[in-house]
Design a protein around this ligand. Structure first.
Ligand SMILES: [Zn+2]
Length: 450
Protein backbone atom coordinates (compact mmCIF):
# COMPACT_ATOMS: atom_id res chain seq x y z
CA UNK A 1 0.00 0.00 0.00
CA UNK A 2 1.34 3.36 -0.96
CA UNK A 3 1.05 6.51 1.06
CA UNK A 4 -2.42 7.65 2.09
CA UNK A 5 -3.71 11.04 3.05
CA UNK A 6 -2.93 13.34 0.12
CA UNK A 7 -6.64 13.93 -0.33
CA UNK A 8 -6.99 14.18 3.45
CA UNK A 9 -4.65 17.18 3.61
CA UNK A 10 -6.90 19.21 1.37
CA UNK A 11 -10.17 18.24 3.08
CA UNK A 12 -8.78 18.84 6.55
CA UNK A 13 -7.33 22.21 5.64
CA UNK A 14 -10.64 23.24 4.01
CA UNK A 15 -12.34 22.45 7.32
CA UNK A 16 -9.54 24.02 9.33
CA UNK A 17 -9.95 27.26 7.37
CA UNK A 18 -13.40 27.87 8.91
CA UNK A 19 -12.53 26.76 12.48
CA UNK A 20 -13.24 27.66 15.18
CA UNK A 21 -16.90 28.21 14.45
CA UNK A 22 -20.26 28.56 16.20
CA UNK A 23 -22.63 26.58 13.89
CA UNK A 24 -25.67 28.18 15.54
CA UNK A 25 -24.49 31.62 14.40
CA UNK A 26 -24.02 30.66 10.73
CA UNK A 27 -26.35 31.72 7.95
CA UNK A 28 -28.16 28.91 6.08
CA UNK A 29 -25.67 29.10 3.20
CA UNK A 30 -22.69 28.99 5.56
CA UNK A 31 -24.21 26.06 7.52
CA UNK A 32 -24.72 24.02 4.32
CA UNK A 33 -21.11 24.69 3.34
CA UNK A 34 -19.94 23.77 6.85
CA UNK A 35 -21.84 20.42 6.83
CA UNK A 36 -20.17 19.57 3.49
CA UNK A 37 -16.69 20.40 4.83
CA UNK A 38 -17.24 18.31 8.00
CA UNK A 39 -18.47 15.30 5.97
CA UNK A 40 -15.55 15.50 3.56
CA UNK A 41 -13.08 15.67 6.47
CA UNK A 42 -14.90 12.87 8.26
CA UNK A 43 -14.58 10.58 5.21
CA UNK A 44 -10.88 11.30 5.13
CA UNK A 45 -10.55 10.47 8.82
CA UNK A 46 -12.45 7.21 8.18
CA UNK A 47 -10.06 6.40 5.34
CA UNK A 48 -7.08 7.09 7.60
CA UNK A 49 -8.62 4.86 10.30
CA UNK A 50 -9.01 2.04 7.77
CA UNK A 51 -5.44 2.48 6.53
CA UNK A 52 -4.11 2.43 10.09
CA UNK A 53 -6.25 -0.60 11.00
CA UNK A 54 -5.02 -2.43 7.93
CA UNK A 55 -1.40 -1.85 8.89
CA UNK A 56 -2.08 -3.09 12.43
CA UNK A 57 -3.84 -6.14 11.01
CA UNK A 58 -0.97 -6.89 8.61
CA UNK A 59 1.51 -6.75 11.47
CA UNK A 60 -0.69 -8.95 13.69
CA UNK A 61 -0.88 -12.20 11.71
CA UNK A 62 -2.31 -14.86 14.02
CA UNK A 63 0.27 -17.05 15.60
CA UNK A 64 3.28 -15.04 14.37
CA UNK A 65 5.75 -14.73 17.27
CA UNK A 66 6.51 -11.07 16.44
CA UNK A 67 2.82 -10.18 15.93
CA UNK A 68 2.19 -6.56 16.92
CA UNK A 69 -1.05 -7.48 18.71
CA UNK A 70 0.83 -10.07 20.81
CA UNK A 71 3.61 -7.65 21.63
CA UNK A 72 0.96 -5.24 22.88
CA UNK A 73 -0.61 -8.03 24.98
CA UNK A 74 -3.63 -8.80 22.76
CA UNK A 75 -4.62 -11.95 20.91
CA UNK A 76 -5.96 -10.38 17.72
CA UNK A 77 -5.65 -7.24 15.62
CA UNK A 78 -9.20 -6.27 16.64
CA UNK A 79 -8.22 -6.65 20.30
CA UNK A 80 -5.19 -4.45 19.77
CA UNK A 81 -7.27 -1.75 18.06
CA UNK A 82 -9.84 -1.86 20.83
CA UNK A 83 -7.06 -1.45 23.39
CA UNK A 84 -5.32 1.36 21.51
CA UNK A 85 -8.44 3.39 20.70
CA UNK A 86 -10.58 2.51 23.75
CA UNK A 87 -13.40 1.74 21.32
CA UNK A 88 -15.93 -1.08 21.81
CA UNK A 89 -15.06 -4.63 20.79
CA UNK A 90 -17.88 -4.45 18.25
CA UNK A 91 -16.50 -1.30 16.60
CA UNK A 92 -12.96 -2.66 16.50
CA UNK A 93 -14.12 -5.96 14.97
CA UNK A 94 -16.22 -4.07 12.38
CA UNK A 95 -13.20 -2.00 11.40
CA UNK A 96 -11.11 -5.13 10.84
CA UNK A 97 -13.95 -6.76 8.86
CA UNK A 98 -14.21 -3.68 6.64
CA UNK A 99 -10.45 -3.80 6.06
CA UNK A 100 -10.65 -7.47 5.04
CA UNK A 101 -13.65 -6.92 2.74
CA UNK A 102 -12.14 -3.90 1.02
CA UNK A 103 -8.92 -5.80 0.34
CA UNK A 104 -11.01 -8.06 -1.91
CA UNK A 105 -12.72 -5.13 -3.66
CA UNK A 106 -9.87 -2.89 -4.89
CA UNK A 107 -12.06 -0.41 -6.79
CA UNK A 108 -14.22 0.21 -3.71
CA UNK A 109 -11.15 0.44 -1.47
CA UNK A 110 -9.57 3.06 -3.70
CA UNK A 111 -12.77 5.13 -3.65
CA UNK A 112 -12.94 5.01 0.15
CA UNK A 113 -9.26 5.86 0.53
CA UNK A 114 -9.48 8.99 -1.61
CA UNK A 115 -12.74 10.06 0.04
CA UNK A 116 -15.02 9.74 -2.97
CA UNK A 117 -17.37 7.44 -1.06
CA UNK A 118 -18.04 6.96 2.65
CA UNK A 119 -17.29 3.89 4.72
CA UNK A 120 -21.00 3.18 5.15
CA UNK A 121 -21.61 2.99 1.41
CA UNK A 122 -18.50 0.81 0.98
CA UNK A 123 -19.70 -1.59 3.68
CA UNK A 124 -23.11 -1.79 1.98
CA UNK A 125 -21.49 -2.71 -1.34
CA UNK A 126 -19.23 -5.33 0.26
CA UNK A 127 -22.06 -6.81 2.32
CA UNK A 128 -24.39 -7.31 -0.66
CA UNK A 129 -21.68 -8.71 -2.93
CA UNK A 130 -20.66 -11.18 -0.21
CA UNK A 131 -24.23 -12.42 0.12
CA UNK A 132 -24.19 -13.43 -3.53
CA UNK A 133 -20.56 -14.32 -4.13
CA UNK A 134 -19.70 -15.97 -0.82
CA UNK A 135 -17.63 -14.70 2.06
CA UNK A 136 -14.40 -14.84 0.10
CA UNK A 137 -15.85 -13.12 -2.97
CA UNK A 138 -14.24 -15.91 -4.91
CA UNK A 139 -15.56 -17.76 -7.92
CA UNK A 140 -16.98 -14.62 -9.53
CA UNK A 141 -15.18 -13.78 -12.72
CA UNK A 142 -12.86 -10.94 -11.73
CA UNK A 143 -13.70 -8.77 -14.73
CA UNK A 144 -17.40 -9.09 -13.91
CA UNK A 145 -16.80 -8.21 -10.27
CA UNK A 146 -14.59 -5.28 -11.31
CA UNK A 147 -17.35 -3.91 -13.56
CA UNK A 148 -19.99 -4.18 -10.81
CA UNK A 149 -17.68 -2.47 -8.29
CA UNK A 150 -16.98 0.45 -10.63
CA UNK A 151 -20.66 0.93 -11.34
CA UNK A 152 -21.61 0.88 -7.64
CA UNK A 153 -18.78 3.26 -6.67
CA UNK A 154 -19.95 5.69 -9.35
CA UNK A 155 -23.48 5.50 -7.95
CA UNK A 156 -22.27 5.95 -4.36
CA UNK A 157 -20.67 9.31 -5.23
CA UNK A 158 -24.12 10.75 -6.01
CA UNK A 159 -26.69 8.93 -3.82
CA UNK A 160 -27.04 7.86 -0.18
CA UNK A 161 -25.87 4.62 1.38
CA UNK A 162 -29.40 3.14 1.48
CA UNK A 163 -29.84 3.51 -2.24
CA UNK A 164 -26.36 2.10 -2.84
CA UNK A 165 -27.28 -0.95 -0.76
CA UNK A 166 -30.44 -1.58 -2.77
CA UNK A 167 -28.61 -1.26 -6.08
CA UNK A 168 -25.77 -3.49 -4.82
CA UNK A 169 -28.28 -6.21 -3.91
CA UNK A 170 -29.76 -5.99 -7.39
CA UNK A 171 -26.34 -6.18 -9.03
CA UNK A 172 -25.23 -9.01 -6.73
CA UNK A 173 -28.18 -11.11 -7.88
CA UNK A 174 -26.71 -11.12 -11.39
CA UNK A 175 -23.54 -12.71 -9.99
CA UNK A 176 -25.51 -15.56 -8.42
CA UNK A 177 -24.86 -18.24 -11.00
CA UNK A 178 -21.14 -18.04 -10.44
CA UNK A 179 -21.64 -17.89 -6.73
CA UNK A 180 -23.53 -21.18 -6.63
CA UNK A 181 -20.43 -22.99 -7.88
CA UNK A 182 -18.35 -21.11 -5.36
CA UNK A 183 -20.71 -22.11 -2.56
CA UNK A 184 -20.67 -25.77 -3.63
CA UNK A 185 -16.87 -25.81 -3.67
CA UNK A 186 -16.79 -24.22 -0.23
CA UNK A 187 -19.35 -26.73 1.10
CA UNK A 188 -17.24 -29.61 -0.20
CA UNK A 189 -14.16 -28.15 1.47
CA UNK A 190 -15.94 -27.54 4.78
CA UNK A 191 -17.86 -30.84 4.96
CA UNK A 192 -17.52 -32.97 8.07
CA UNK A 193 -19.41 -35.37 10.27
CA UNK A 194 -18.49 -35.96 13.88
CA UNK A 195 -19.83 -38.19 16.60
CA UNK A 196 -18.49 -37.37 20.04
CA UNK A 197 -17.63 -39.54 23.01
CA UNK A 198 -20.42 -40.98 25.11
CA UNK A 199 -21.00 -38.78 28.13
CA UNK A 200 -23.84 -39.47 30.59
CA UNK A 201 -25.31 -42.08 28.30
CA UNK A 202 -25.40 -39.98 25.15
CA UNK A 203 -23.08 -38.90 22.37
CA UNK A 204 -23.34 -35.52 20.68
CA UNK A 205 -23.37 -35.43 16.90
CA UNK A 206 -22.53 -32.52 14.67
CA UNK A 207 -21.58 -31.86 11.11
CA UNK A 208 -21.81 -29.77 7.97
CA UNK A 209 -23.04 -31.56 4.87
CA UNK A 210 -23.01 -30.44 1.23
CA UNK A 211 -26.55 -29.98 -0.10
CA UNK A 212 -26.46 -33.31 -1.98
CA UNK A 213 -25.33 -35.30 1.05
CA UNK A 214 -28.05 -33.67 3.16
CA UNK A 215 -30.71 -34.34 0.53
CA UNK A 216 -29.94 -38.08 0.45
CA UNK A 217 -30.13 -38.39 4.23
CA UNK A 218 -33.18 -36.13 4.51
CA UNK A 219 -34.92 -38.12 1.79
CA UNK A 220 -34.43 -41.40 3.65
CA UNK A 221 -35.48 -39.98 7.03
CA UNK A 222 -38.49 -38.11 5.60
CA UNK A 223 -39.55 -41.26 3.76
CA UNK A 224 -39.54 -43.19 7.02
CA UNK A 225 -41.39 -40.48 8.95
CA UNK A 226 -43.98 -39.63 6.30
CA UNK A 227 -44.46 -42.73 4.16
CA UNK A 228 -46.21 -42.06 0.87
CA UNK A 229 -48.16 -45.29 0.64
CA UNK A 230 -49.88 -45.61 3.97
CA UNK A 231 -50.08 -49.25 5.06
CA UNK A 232 -53.61 -50.65 5.07
CA UNK A 233 -54.86 -50.29 8.60
CA UNK A 234 -55.44 -53.89 9.59
CA UNK A 235 -55.67 -53.27 13.30
CA UNK A 236 -59.19 -51.93 13.63
CA UNK A 237 -60.15 -51.55 17.27
CA UNK A 238 -63.75 -51.95 18.30
CA UNK A 239 -65.70 -48.72 18.63
CA UNK A 240 -65.55 -48.63 22.43
CA UNK A 241 -61.81 -49.23 22.39
CA UNK A 242 -60.93 -46.09 20.52
CA UNK A 243 -58.27 -45.43 17.92
CA UNK A 244 -54.85 -46.97 17.51
CA UNK A 245 -52.71 -44.83 19.84
CA UNK A 246 -50.53 -42.26 18.14
CA UNK A 247 -46.77 -42.59 18.15
CA UNK A 248 -45.67 -40.55 21.16
CA UNK A 249 -42.19 -39.76 19.80
CA UNK A 250 -41.25 -36.27 18.69
CA UNK A 251 -40.08 -35.68 15.13
CA UNK A 252 -36.49 -35.44 16.36
CA UNK A 253 -36.74 -38.64 18.37
CA UNK A 254 -38.15 -40.49 15.37
CA UNK A 255 -35.36 -39.19 13.15
CA UNK A 256 -32.76 -40.37 15.69
CA UNK A 257 -34.31 -43.87 15.75
CA UNK A 258 -34.58 -44.02 11.95
CA UNK A 259 -30.97 -42.94 11.52
CA UNK A 260 -30.00 -45.84 13.72
CA UNK A 261 -32.26 -48.24 11.77
CA UNK A 262 -30.52 -47.33 8.53
CA UNK A 263 -27.02 -47.74 9.95
CA UNK A 264 -27.94 -51.03 11.65
CA UNK A 265 -29.11 -52.27 8.26
CA UNK A 266 -25.74 -51.33 6.79
CA UNK A 267 -24.00 -53.18 9.63
CA UNK A 268 -26.07 -56.30 8.88
CA UNK A 269 -25.61 -56.17 5.15
CA UNK A 270 -23.32 -58.80 3.72
CA UNK A 271 -22.84 -56.52 0.74
CA UNK A 272 -20.54 -54.28 2.72
CA UNK A 273 -17.02 -55.58 2.10
CA UNK A 274 -15.42 -57.40 4.98
CA UNK A 275 -13.03 -55.31 6.98
CA UNK A 276 -9.86 -57.21 7.81
CA UNK A 277 -11.66 -60.49 7.29
CA UNK A 278 -14.38 -59.55 9.74
CA UNK A 279 -17.85 -58.19 9.14
CA UNK A 280 -18.41 -54.58 10.23
CA UNK A 281 -19.97 -55.79 13.41
CA UNK A 282 -20.72 -53.86 16.55
CA UNK A 283 -19.64 -55.83 19.60
CA UNK A 284 -21.44 -55.70 22.89
CA UNK A 285 -20.23 -57.62 25.93
CA UNK A 286 -21.90 -58.75 29.14
CA UNK A 287 -21.86 -61.74 31.49
CA UNK A 288 -24.08 -64.79 31.26
CA UNK A 289 -25.46 -64.12 34.76
CA UNK A 290 -26.41 -60.54 33.89
CA UNK A 291 -27.90 -61.53 30.55
CA UNK A 292 -30.11 -64.20 32.11
CA UNK A 293 -31.21 -62.17 35.12
CA UNK A 294 -32.01 -59.20 32.92
CA UNK A 295 -30.34 -56.96 35.51
CA UNK A 296 -26.85 -55.63 35.01
CA UNK A 297 -24.64 -53.89 32.54
CA UNK A 298 -23.18 -54.41 29.10
CA UNK A 299 -20.50 -52.57 27.13
CA UNK A 300 -20.31 -51.60 23.48
CA UNK A 301 -16.83 -52.23 22.08
CA UNK A 302 -14.73 -49.08 22.39
CA UNK A 303 -17.15 -47.34 24.77
CA UNK A 304 -16.10 -46.47 28.29
CA UNK A 305 -19.65 -46.16 29.64
CA UNK A 306 -21.90 -49.19 30.13
CA UNK A 307 -25.45 -49.63 28.82
CA UNK A 308 -28.26 -51.73 30.30
CA UNK A 309 -28.19 -55.47 29.78
CA UNK A 310 -31.56 -55.21 28.01
CA UNK A 311 -29.67 -53.61 25.16
CA UNK A 312 -27.47 -56.70 24.96
CA UNK A 313 -30.59 -58.89 24.99
CA UNK A 314 -32.09 -56.94 22.13
CA UNK A 315 -28.77 -57.07 20.31
CA UNK A 316 -28.63 -60.83 20.72
CA UNK A 317 -31.91 -60.98 18.83
CA UNK A 318 -30.67 -59.20 15.76
CA UNK A 319 -27.89 -59.38 13.23
CA UNK A 320 -25.07 -56.89 12.81
CA UNK A 321 -24.38 -56.79 16.52
CA UNK A 322 -22.53 -59.67 18.15
CA UNK A 323 -22.82 -60.31 21.85
CA UNK A 324 -19.76 -61.52 23.72
CA UNK A 325 -20.87 -63.31 26.87
CA UNK A 326 -18.35 -63.70 29.68
CA UNK A 327 -18.49 -66.30 32.46
CA UNK A 328 -17.85 -65.62 36.14
CA UNK A 329 -14.09 -65.91 35.76
CA UNK A 330 -13.92 -63.59 32.81
CA UNK A 331 -13.74 -66.48 30.35
CA UNK A 332 -15.55 -66.04 27.05
CA UNK A 333 -18.59 -68.30 27.16
CA UNK A 334 -19.55 -67.57 23.61
CA UNK A 335 -19.10 -65.03 20.89
CA UNK A 336 -22.77 -64.85 20.21
CA UNK A 337 -22.33 -67.57 17.62
CA UNK A 338 -24.95 -69.75 19.31
CA UNK A 339 -27.33 -66.80 19.08
CA UNK A 340 -27.91 -67.43 15.44
CA UNK A 341 -29.24 -64.44 13.55
CA UNK A 342 -32.16 -64.85 11.19
CA UNK A 343 -30.98 -65.66 7.69
CA UNK A 344 -31.83 -63.59 4.66
CA UNK A 345 -34.32 -66.25 3.51
CA UNK A 346 -36.01 -66.24 6.91
CA UNK A 347 -36.17 -62.41 6.93
CA UNK A 348 -37.78 -62.43 3.49
CA UNK A 349 -40.40 -64.96 4.56
CA UNK A 350 -41.16 -63.00 7.74
CA UNK A 351 -41.39 -59.73 5.80
CA UNK A 352 -43.82 -61.29 3.33
CA UNK A 353 -45.96 -62.65 6.16
CA UNK A 354 -45.93 -59.41 8.21
CA UNK A 355 -46.78 -57.01 5.40
CA UNK A 356 -43.34 -55.54 4.82
CA UNK A 357 -43.15 -53.15 7.78
CA UNK A 358 -42.74 -53.17 11.55
CA UNK A 359 -45.75 -55.08 12.91
CA UNK A 360 -46.79 -52.35 15.34
CA UNK A 361 -49.94 -50.66 14.00
CA UNK A 362 -49.23 -47.20 12.64
CA UNK A 363 -45.49 -47.81 12.31
CA UNK A 364 -44.24 -47.66 8.75
CA UNK A 365 -40.56 -48.58 9.09
CA UNK A 366 -40.01 -50.96 6.13
CA UNK A 367 -38.78 -54.52 6.50
CA UNK A 368 -35.23 -53.90 5.34
CA UNK A 369 -34.70 -51.46 8.21
CA UNK A 370 -36.38 -53.62 10.82
CA UNK A 371 -34.92 -56.08 13.28
CA UNK A 372 -36.32 -59.58 13.69
CA UNK A 373 -37.51 -60.08 17.25
CA UNK A 374 -37.46 -63.48 18.95
CA UNK A 375 -41.02 -63.62 20.36
CA UNK A 376 -39.87 -66.26 22.85
CA UNK A 377 -36.43 -64.95 23.86
CA UNK A 378 -33.41 -66.92 22.75
CA UNK A 379 -32.20 -67.31 26.33
CA UNK A 380 -35.58 -68.85 27.24
CA UNK A 381 -35.22 -71.45 24.53
CA UNK A 382 -36.92 -69.52 21.72
CA UNK A 383 -35.82 -70.79 18.34
CA UNK A 384 -34.45 -68.68 15.50
CA UNK A 385 -37.30 -69.84 13.30
CA UNK A 386 -39.78 -68.03 11.09
CA UNK A 387 -42.58 -68.96 13.47
CA UNK A 388 -40.74 -67.28 16.40
CA UNK A 389 -39.64 -64.10 14.58
CA UNK A 390 -41.53 -60.86 13.92
CA UNK A 391 -40.46 -57.62 12.28
CA UNK A 392 -39.98 -54.72 14.67
CA UNK A 393 -38.25 -51.41 14.07
CA UNK A 394 -35.51 -50.64 16.58
CA UNK A 395 -37.77 -48.40 18.68
CA UNK A 396 -40.61 -50.89 19.01
CA UNK A 397 -38.12 -53.72 19.55
CA UNK A 398 -36.54 -51.62 22.30
CA UNK A 399 -39.97 -51.03 23.89
CA UNK A 400 -41.45 -54.48 23.50
CA UNK A 401 -40.63 -55.72 27.02
CA UNK A 402 -41.71 -52.58 28.88
CA UNK A 403 -43.82 -50.55 26.48
CA UNK A 404 -47.53 -50.49 25.80
CA UNK A 405 -47.34 -52.95 22.89
CA UNK A 406 -46.98 -56.70 23.29
CA UNK A 407 -46.55 -59.28 20.57
CA UNK A 408 -47.26 -63.02 20.43
CA UNK A 409 -47.43 -65.72 17.77
CA UNK A 410 -50.69 -67.58 17.18
CA UNK A 411 -51.11 -70.21 14.49
CA UNK A 412 -47.93 -68.96 12.86
CA UNK A 413 -48.93 -65.28 12.57
CA UNK A 414 -48.23 -62.37 14.92
CA UNK A 415 -50.79 -60.73 17.11
CA UNK A 416 -50.42 -57.50 19.07
CA UNK A 417 -52.02 -56.11 22.18
CA UNK A 418 -51.99 -52.55 23.51
CA UNK A 419 -52.28 -51.68 27.19
CA UNK A 420 -51.50 -48.28 28.68
CA UNK A 421 -53.13 -45.72 30.95
CA UNK A 422 -56.15 -47.91 31.57
CA UNK A 423 -56.78 -48.40 27.87
CA UNK A 424 -56.57 -51.91 26.48
CA UNK A 425 -56.88 -53.05 22.90
CA UNK A 426 -56.89 -56.81 23.13
CA UNK A 427 -54.97 -59.33 21.08
CA UNK A 428 -55.52 -58.79 17.41
CA UNK A 429 -53.76 -60.19 14.36
CA UNK A 430 -51.58 -57.78 12.39
CA UNK A 431 -50.12 -57.61 8.95
CA UNK A 432 -51.67 -57.55 5.52
CA UNK A 433 -49.06 -59.93 4.21
CA UNK A 434 -49.55 -63.11 2.22
CA UNK A 435 -50.53 -65.28 5.16
CA UNK A 436 -53.29 -62.90 6.26
CA UNK A 437 -54.74 -62.79 2.76
CA UNK A 438 -54.59 -66.54 2.35
CA UNK A 439 -56.44 -66.89 5.65
CA UNK A 440 -59.01 -64.34 4.55
CA UNK A 441 -59.43 -66.10 1.23
CA UNK A 442 -58.33 -63.17 -0.92
CA UNK A 443 -55.07 -62.51 -2.79
CA UNK A 444 -52.55 -59.96 -1.52
CA UNK A 445 -53.23 -56.41 -2.67
CA UNK A 446 -57.03 -56.77 -2.95
CA UNK A 447 -57.38 -55.05 0.40
CA UNK A 448 -60.26 -57.31 1.48
CA UNK A 449 -59.99 -58.60 5.00
CA UNK A 450 -62.42 -59.92 7.54
ZN1 LIG B 1 -42.03 -49.82 14.72
Amino acid sequence: MSKVGSAACEALSRLGAVLPVDPAALSDGQLIDFVGRVEAASRQIDALKLAAARAVSERSVDGAPDSLARRLGFKTAAGALQGLTKSSGKDAAKLIHDVEDLAKLPAVEEAVMDGRIGREAAAAIAGELKKAAGKNLGGVDSEELQAVQTELVELATSVGADEVKAKAAEKAATLNIMAVEDKAAKAMGDRFFWIGPTVDGAARVSGLLPAGHAAVIRGVLDGLSNPKGKKTVTFTPDADQGQVPADVRTRGQKAADHLRDVFATAARSAEIPDMGGDHPTVWISTTAAELHSGAGLAFYAGASEPVSVQEAQQAACTGGIQTVIFGENGDVLNLGLSVRGFTKRQRRAIALRDGGTCVIPGCEVPAQWCEVHHVIPHQDGGATDVCNGVLLCWFHHHEIDSGPWQVRMRHGTPEVRYAAAGKVIDWHPVGDGAAAHIKAGSPPGSGARE
